[in-house]
Design a protein around this ligand. Structure first.
Ligand code: ADE
Length: 226
């Protein structure tokens, strides 16, 4: 998977992509990303990328020309499965959306800032608007990083154990069961004996029961189909 990220703050991504699973995916040529500084596409002599909104709202709006120039340049290099805009007013990211997007070869992700981006960018170029939750961040950079992380772990071959993404929370509409490792006894808190029983059937039943209990407690909405 190739991801182009358009941002005013490319430095925000340093570190995040160079660790853990995202790093390994790049080393194994399963994922690559490129950062594009939108400011580099401004033809304004002060490299201006924002302006006052028409209609007198407060805050600044990201201008159309630098973003359009960057997108149009990238369109000459690749064909994209989606041009994604990270925005709190987009469709909320879910595991099923991540499963679908993880099959894409080329994605473009546009990170907004300030009050938002000129609506015409959305009308002309954006094919998918994604929010990572019902709260507002300062910009789309963390959401783009979150989206990359959730997609990359689903690419076949990225995780050592192919089944481990399948056992993530949400993959089957419920949260994951608890997990334990050694020591068996930590200051009197012991591991449930069923996990040491060697009885696969009992273990599977126990995990399902714990998944359901946790989902009822923390995310009852997942059961009610909301
Ligand atoms: N930009 C600011 N807040 C956001 C959110 N919650 N999701 C996606 N992009 C955003």
């Amino acid at each position: 998977m190739h991801v182009d990220i358009l941002t005013l703050f490319p430095e925000m991504f340093a570190g995040f992509f160079d660790c853990s699973i995202l790093k390994r995916a790049q080393q194994n040529n399963l994922f690559e990303y490129e950062l594009h500084n939108i400011r580099d596409y401004s033809t304004d002599k002060h490299k201006k990328v924002d302006d006052y909104p028409y209609g007198g709202e407060s805050g600044m709006v990201m201008k159309i020309e630098p973003i359009a120039a960057c997108i149009e340049h990238l369109f000459t290099l690749r064909t994209y499965d989606h041009v994604i805009f990270l925005t709190p007013d987009g469709e909320v990211l879910s595991q099923s959306m991540a499963n679908e997007l993880s099959m894409c070869n080329n994605l473009m992700m546009l990170c907004g800032h300030y009050k938002g981006i000129d609506e015409r960018i959305r009308e002309i170029f954006i094919t998918k608007e994604i929010s990572i939750g019902d709260y507002v961040l300062s910009g789309g950079e963390l959401p783009a990083a979150v989206l990359c992380d959730t997609l990359v772990r689903l690419i076949p071959g990225v995780l050592h154990d192919e089944t481990s993404a399948l056992s993530d929370s949400f993959q089957y509409g419920v949260l994951s069961p608890p997990v334990y490792t050694r020591p068996y006894n930590y200051k009197g808190h012991t591991v449930p004996d069923v996990l040491l029983s060697g009885n696969d059937k009992l273990i599977t039943e126990w995990k399902l029961q714990k998944s359901e209990e946790r989902t009822h407690k923390n995310r009852p909405d997942l059961f009610s189909g909301e």
